[in-house]
Design a protein around this ligand. Structure first.
Ligand code: RTP
Length: 155
């Protein structure tokens, strides 16, 4: 076995409350699965205000910050951890631009959203933030490090 020299990164992906309430959870998870990344954490979660504020602390001075926090805590979100080579940048590409009207067709936001303030999904913007956000949203025992079995599932 030749060990890969490429760095395996992890990213925090979150289906925001509008994505959950519009029934887009399966569709969004499916795009990351089909791309070929490995799911290492998944839960439905009602986010408390202090966690939302900590997650978005870099945006604290922005005029839209209070509305953003209200949006994120308005209903349950789906928290996910994904890992793979290049997963952070690739996930941002799959998600598309922050403003869904500028997001390319074929991206999650380009296909499924209209407003910046209702853009259905979050993805970490750097490997460092991927690690930070996964540690923020998940407890130790909620994450699974796993290797695919060598046995075929179907015969
Ligand atoms: P995210 O962190 O959610 O993946 O989004 P992003 O990197 O594409 O965008 P960022 O600039 O970090 O903004 C975080 C989220 O804040 C909301 N937002 N509202 N002008 C506005 O009303 C405005 N600008 C940003 C969006 O929900 C954005 O995803």
């Amino acid at each position: 076995l030749v060990a890969s020299l490429e760095q395996v990164d992890e990213t925090y992906i979150m289906v925001k409350p509008d994505g959950v309430q519009r029934g887009l959870v399966g569709e969004i998870i499916s795009r990351f699965e089909k791309k070929g990344f490995k799911l290492t954490g998944l839960k439905l979660f009602q986010c408390p205000q202090d966690l939302a504020e900590e997650h978005y602390k870099d945006l604290k001075g922005k005029s839209f910050f209070p509305k953003l926090i209200d949006y994120i805590i308005s209903g349950p979100v789906v928290c996910m951890a994904w890992e793979g080579v290049g997963v952070v940048a690739a996930a941002r590409k799959l998600i598309g631009s922050t403003n869904p009207l500028q997001a390319e067709p074929g991206t999650i936001r380009g296909d499924l959203a209209v407003q910046t303030g209702r853009n259905v999904v979050h993805g970490s913007d750097s490997p460092e933030n991927g690690k930070r956000e996964i540690a923020l949203w998940f407890k130790e025992g909620e994450l699974c490090q796993w290797t695919p079995t060598q046995e075929p599932w179907l015969r």
